[in-house]
Design a protein around this ligand. Structure first.
Ligand code: PLP
Length: 273
């Protein structure tokens, strides 16, 4: 007899040949957290623990084709979006989601968690900077949660300085004005000892500050991908947004503590925690 299916979580993102970030991190996270992982690949990267040395974008109609194939047959409970690479892919994803779940922005859309990936830690450009307006206009209004780090939050909010939790609150509120239901500004780089992530929820105007100790390890490759995927997985399992963020943060902490050396650079998180 067949078992009941687990919740389904889809990632729309780029592939990391080194297995630490992107689609590979997302699928590992989905599986580790007990959901069925699906993937729509937007770009291939040639990459290892030392960095990215090449990117090839998937042609936008084929990104849409993958998305339709998944939704038409299998369906999804939650969607995580990561690296989109260029505005043609951003537009294809936004248009296809809108066509598959009409009308746009209605409750018919599954929860969407967008990690607005722009530059890798190794400083490789993962989103063409001229694509920022397309991201803001076409995709953010469809999202339940957007999870920028400080550098991405500066680009999305046009604020020049984000140096404190108060600045993070201002940035989160400003980004929410682009149309998402909530914004989580991740403060990973602000403080040596503590990490503060600031959530702003548009519906009730409330801020929540998630605080946790910084884990000192060089093996942080894929942290952002893993955090946003874990949030999506917990949403698939029926947790509220705040619960999903707290549970995802705990998971990332454990995965960082258990991370290991592999290759010669920044190693991956350990998903088997
Ligand atoms: N490669 C891909 C495909 C990604 O999606 C990302 C981040 O989202 C990265 C690389 C960068 O990972 P990190 O900055 O954690 O090294």
């Amino acid at each position: 007899m067949a078992s009941p299916p687990p919740p389904k979580t889809l990632t729309i993102a780029g592939s990391d040949s080194g297995g630490g970030a992107g689609i590979q991190a997302d699928l590992k996270t989905f599986t580790a957290l007990g959901t069925y992982g699906l993937s729509v690949i937007t770009a291939l990267t040639s990459q290892n623990t030392l960095g990215v040395d090449g990117v090839v974008a998937v042609n936008p109609p084929f990104v849409s084709k993958q998305l339709r194939a998944v939704i038409d047959d299998i369906g999804v409970d939650t969607i995580k979006i990561g690296m989109l690479h260029n505005h043609h892919i951003i537009e294809a994803v936004a248009e296809t989601l809108t066509a598959l779940f009409p009308p746009a922005g209605s409750s018919k859309l599954p929860p969407i968690v967008l990690d607005p990936v722009m530059i890798s830690t190794s400083e490789h450009v993962l989103l063409d900077p001229s694509s920022l307006p397309a991201l803001k206009t076409h995709l953010l209004p469809l999202c339940t949660l957007v999870t920028p780090n400080i550098a991405e939050a500066k680009k999305l909010s046009s604020l020049e300085r984000i140096d404190s939790v108060e600045d993070m609150k201002a940035a989160a509120k400003k980004i929410s004005e682009l149309g998402s239901h909530a914004v989580l500004v991740k403060g990973g780089h602000l403080d040596e000892r503590q990490v503060y992530d600031v959530l702003y929820e548009t519906a009730n105007g409330e801020y929540t500050v998630f605080e946790h100790p910084r884990i000192h390890t060089k093996n942080t490759h894929g942290t952002g991908c893993t955090q946003s995927s874990a949030i999506a997985a917990f949403l698939s399992k029926g947790n509220s947004l705040r619960e999903a963020i707290q549970l995802a943060t705990d998971y990332v902490q454990a995965a960082l503590l258990a991370s290991f050396d592999i290759g010669h650079g920044s190693g991956p998180l350990n998903h088997l925690v």
